[in-house]
Design a protein around this ligand. Structure first.
Ligand SMILES: *Cc1c(COP(=O)(O)O)cnc(C)c1O
Length: 453
């Protein structure tokens, strides 16, 4: 036998953003238009920075999602997660498509009512439902998803002696093989808390238990976790049927499907790793269909998808303020938007495209925002063509959470527009003015005057 020859191993440094073992990235194409509208003209009209939503993409994504589920399961209902993006025009696109509303606070509940969503098509989640919120939800016949025992007892107190029977569900948390487990919300499945809450509701004689809910996490890359969750909720529903002879009307699997964004630290881009709606739908429908329901006891399947339905439809347009060299030689570009309005840049390496044509070279660049804070970094490393002052950029996949988690820090929030199906832009949220902020402030009389000498 010939002894194999020793070969020296080669260690090669991988540069984030540059060529790595998966090849070069090819994200550099100028994006000059969005749905037929010139990016530069939009910024001229509405200012920079500017959020743009594509109604076409929202409706198309919604159709993809509903098709994936409806071809696999007979009764499916989506409920729009308000906290993902609660600009009214956005909510109404989803409502026009047939979506119910899913809210997690009294404020969001009022927003859904103001949008004229019928009370019985509003799902009320969240750990902080105030007494006034619960009263309103009971009055409007909304679906109240109970988060903890204190809430259960508060509802019992509110309906004692009255004639209204609230329609409730419980939020269940469970081990789906994904850690850390989101066990701070709702009642645990494995340790019997959920079954205990069900018994307390069923034997109270004061409420109708109509559903079972869970929301196992967010940006879940494992469809099978939903299969496990669907099967555990199904077992609970079947146990209720067996013990109380009562049919559970719906199983609500919450949100959490991944969008096509790229999580920080991931080598492969989101577009290649995020599961499709079909994969989620396959895991969920298989579990429920195999759980042991008869045809007429099959529950309605509710989904509260947020980010997966809107992220791709959102763009943030902005401009270059200046360029610098950092002390280590890297190129740094300062943009007119930062983490104040792009909160998700803490989690994602957003895809960013220049908004004008450029030469063939690119360089490892840091993209900073305009805030006077060291944490204001839009991209730590991006291989990017050198941009000049006043050049413009388009950030992709920003439709989810940025327009609700944006903060008002040293600058006012920008305008938001939606481009309709005929490629016509509409202003859907005005750019804030100094008054948007000053109007809420109150100056005590004795502080009104001063003299600086
Ligand atoms: C946030 C939230 C959603 C939406 O989550 P996504 O990850 O955006 O899909 C749905 N249901 C509940 C209860 C939530 O808290």
């Amino acid at each position: 036998m010939i002894k194999a020859q020793y070969e020296r191993p080669i260690i090669q440094r991988l540069n984030v953003g540059l060529m790595n073992k998966y090849g070069t990235k090819t994200e550099f194409n100028p994006v000059t238009h969005i749905d037929g509208n010139a990016v530069k003209e939009l910024m001229e009209t509405y200012g920079s920075p500017l959020f743009v939503l594509s109604e076409k993409t929202i409706r198309q994504t919604y159709k993809d999602a509903t098709r994936a589920f409806k071809t696999r399961y007979p009764k499916v209902q989506f409920a729009w997660s308000y906290k993902t993006n609660y600009i009214n025009a956005v909510c109404n696109v989803f409502h026009q498509e047939g979506s119910w509303a899913e809210v997690v606070s009294g404020f969001e509940y009022l927003k859904a009512l103001h949008n004229n969503v019928p009370g019985d098509k509003i799902i009320f989640n969240g750990p902080d439902k105030k007494e006034v919120d619960l009263k309103l939800a009971i009055e409007h016949g909304s679906l109240i998803h109970i988060d903890h025992l204190d809430e259960l007892y508060m509802i019992k107190e509110l309906v004692a002696g009255g004639t209204k029977r609230p329609r409730v569900a419980i939020r269940v948390n469970m081990d789906t093989g994904i850690y850390p487990m989101w066990d701070r919300f709702g009642f645990n499945y494995e340790d019997g808390q959920a079954w205990d809450a069900i018994n307390k509701i069923m034997l109270s004689g004061q409420m109708d238990l109509v559903g079972l809910h869970c929301h196992i996490g967010t940006f879940m890359l494992t469809p099978n976790a939903y299969g496990v969750a669907a099967s555990k909720l199904s077992q609970l529903a079947l146990s209720v049927m067996k013990k109380f002879k009562k049919k559970i009307e719906y199983i609500d699997l919450g949100g959490g499907f991944a969008s096509k964004n790229t999580l920080k630290g991931s080598y492969i881009q989101g577009i290649d790793v995020s599961p499709t709606f079909d994969q989620y739908a396959e895991a969920i429908s298989t579990s429920i269909l195999n759980a042991g329901f008869t045809e007429d006891s099959l529950p309605l399947l509710i989904l509260e998808s947020g980010r997966a339905l809107i992220d791709e439809a959102g763009y943030l347009l902005g401009s270059v303020i200046s360029n610098k060299r950092l002390s280590d030689g890297r190129r740094a570009t300062i943009l007119d938007f930062g983490v104040n309005i792009l909160f998700t840049s803490f989690w994602y390496d957003h895809k960013i495209s220049p908004a004008q044509h450029f030469g063939q070279y690119s360089e490892d660049t840091v993209l900073y925002g305009p805030l006077c804070m060291n944490i204001d970094v839009v991209r730590e490393h991006i291989s990017f063509p050198p941009l000049k002052k006043d050049d413009q950029v388009v950030v992709h996949t920003v439709g989810a959470y940025n327009m609700t988690q944006w903060m008002q820090f040293i600058a006012m929030r920008p305008a938001v527009i939606m481009i309709d199906m005929d490629e016509k832009p509409h202003l859907i949220r005005k750019r804030e003015t100094i008054n948007s902020i000053q109007d809420e402030e109150v100056m005590p009389l004795y502080l009104e005057k001063f003299k600086i000498s």
